[in-house]
Design a protein around this ligand. Structure first.
Ligand code: IPE
Ligand code: IPE
Ligand code: MG
Length: 256
């Protein structure tokens, strides 16, 4: 997607993001602080997902991308990984109708081939059920890695070159962008990471080139609509320059 065109002013003149991407971090610490095993935080994290999806629907956000499971999270203890997978299947089953009712279009991005047949089938069912919806697009990044996304795009372009369908010099930023996981959606305007860490952890690497970054110490299970509004308020005060000067951006805004 072309950078620099995706944020939209709301009727009060405030800048609102079209696409929000979230690293939902802190489930384990949330549980441990309560003397519970760390995986007990994940089901509570799912409740926060439900809250934030509804808050985004109410606020008219177009796209929400949630990082649910990274390509590196397989390195966790086997028990935690399998509990997360079970929870994923159960949540998709349980939430499908509610999402559909709310006009949400659900998509999963990431390498789904690593998932069990049951999980792959469940993903396919919810995606098919909701594909005609025109409200919020909810992208769940599962077995997703920013490096994986770049490599799978490079591989597909290399294949086209190999087949004689493309010349290397025709590979441009926009063609590359179109070969990544969500060519039809704008790149994130706002990136939120909960849980206090200030890193990207192999989330959307290419797509966050000009995304505004927001970090909060709130642990994901505690993240609510007020916390989302705080992030939106912070975003509304950012000046997005995309390489231009602040004066240029101000003059352009005054002229429009
Ligand atoms: C994020 O919470 C959820 C997943 C990565 C699946 P964590 O489980 O990473 O929670 P912390 O960071 O250990 O507290
Ligand atoms: C990032 O959180 C992945 C998800 C939230 C799914 P992690 O907890 O895995 O990140 P690191 O390991 O602390 O960087
Ligand atoms: Mg973590």
């Amino acid at each position: 997607m072309t950078q620099g065109t995706s944020q939209e002013p709301d009727p009060h003149g405030k800048q609102v993001p079209q696409h929000i991407a979230v690293i939902m971090d802190g489930n384990g610490r949330w549980a441990k602080r309560r003397g519970l095993p760390r995986y007990a935080g994940h089901p509570v994290g799912v409740e926060a997902v439900r809250r934030i999806v509804e808050a985004c629907v109410e606020r008219g956000i177009s796209v929400l991308t949630l990082f649910a499971f990274s390509s590196e999270n397989w390195r966790r203890p086997q028990k935690e990984v399998s509990l997360i997978m079970d929870l994923f299947i159960r949540s998709l089953k349980k939430e499908a109708r509610r999402l559909h009712r709310n006009g949400v279009k659900l998509r999963v991005i990431g390498d789904r081939k690593a998932f069990s047949d049951t999980l792959q089938r469940q993903i396919h069912e919810v995606e098919s059920l909701t594909e005609g919806n025109t409200g919020l697009t909810l992208q769940v990044a599962a077995n997703y890695g920013g490096q994986w996304d770049i490599v799978q795009a490079a591989r597909r372009l290399a294949q086209r070159v190999h087949e004689g369908d493309l010349l290397p010099e025709q590979i441009s930023e926009s063609l590359f962008d179109e070969t990544l996981s969500f060519p039809d959606l704008p790149n994130p305007d706002l990136f939120i990471r909960t849980g206090g860490e200030k890193r990207i952890s192999n989330f959307l690497l290419w797509q966050c080139a000009y995304t505004e970054l927001y970090f909060t110490d709130i642990l994901w299970p505690d993240f609510d609509s007020a916390a989302l509004d705080a992030a939106l308020a912070d975003f509304s005060n950012r000046q997005r320059r995309f390489g231009r000067t602040g004066d240029q951006v101000r003059d352009q805004a005054e002229a429009s």
